[in-house]
Design a protein around this ligand. Structure first.
Ligand SMILES: [Zn+2]
Length: 275
């Protein structure tokens, strides 16, 4: 914990460009150093976001992933390197991030997020950054964030396009307000099948990092209630306005938390029991 006036000389040099910004300053930098952000996924989105959040001095970064580093990751997942093939991604990320900024703490969490562990894991963090790559995890992150009232900084990428937004009901919609049901499983191929431009998760992951810093600092206008869509081939950014569904099954007015679902079954089109 860094207290007021607690920046070291080294901190003052490292974060001098932040200290020069009235929107950050010493108070803001101390706030960042005392913040805890969880990244779900240490892939392409998580790589870009984690590097810049570490550089910015977000004091504790949780990195959750159940995969190990594979050669096919290196085209876009810049946290990992050819010297760390086969290593669990959270540990690979920890080494990369502490190499950049040894003044922060990195919690490597080698786990698959599930309804059984999500509350315990999320409860230790201020903001959840959704850098996942599949629908069951996105719905699980959403539902847990609604339950625990934590901002969900969301990003996703597909071939040459990506989008970023912040879900923080009731100030804006949740993921389920926009997508009450998942798309049919046969219409959701993985990036392994569809391909993905390597820089794309970098652009979107950095939008997520910027939103995370703004939420922590209370600065500017966030993407709550808005979504940025980026098309790399057209070189176009579009901003869409989003509305909360007051009848949403999770964040709707007067709605009591209905419990976690069986997310694999929900997203495969098979009805599953809630739990
Ligand atoms: Zn909702």
């Amino acid at each position: 914990m860094v207290s007021a006036g607690g920046l070291s000389d080294s901190d003052r040099r490292r974060y001098s460009r932040h200290l020069a910004l009235p929107e950050v300053g010493e108070v803001g930098q101390i706030r960042l150093l005392n913040s805890r952000v969880l990244l779900v996924g240490a892939g392409g989105l998580g790589s870009a976001a984690a590097f810049y959040l570490a550089a910015a001095g977000v004091g504790t970064l949780g990195i959750l992933d159940s995969d190990t580093v594979d050669e096919s990751n290196l085209q876009r997942q810049i946290l990992h390197g050819a010297d760390r093939l086969g290593i669990p991604k959270p540990e690979s990320a920890r080494r990369a991030l502490l190499g950049l900024n040894p003044g922060i703490q990195v919690d490597p969490i080698e786990a698959r997020l599930s309804a059984a562990n999500v509350e315990e894991i999320f409860s230790g963090y201020d903001i959840i950054l959704d850098a996942s790559d599949n629908f069951p995890t996105r719905y699980l992150i959403n539902d847990a964030c609604v339950l625990l009232k934590k901002p969900n900084v969301h990003g996703s990428v597909y071939r040459f396009e990506g989008l970023a937004t912040v879900f923080d009901p009731p100030r804006g919609p949740c993921y389920r307000c926009l997508y009450p049901a998942p798309p049919p499983a046969d219409l959701t191929p993985s990036s392994e099948e569809t391909g993905l431009l390597g820089v794309l998760p970098g652009v979107i992951g950095l939008l997520q990092a910027a939103e995370t810093l703004k939420l922590l600092l209370g600065a500017g206008e966030t993407l709550i209630g808005r979504m940025i869509h980026y098309d790399a081939l057209r070189a176009e950014f579009r901003t869409l306005t989003l509305h909360r569904n007051t009848k949403c099954s999770y964040c709707g007015d007067g709605v009591k938390f209905p419990g976690f679902a069986d997310y694999e079954a929900f997203c495969s089109g098979r009805p599953g029991p809630s739990r």
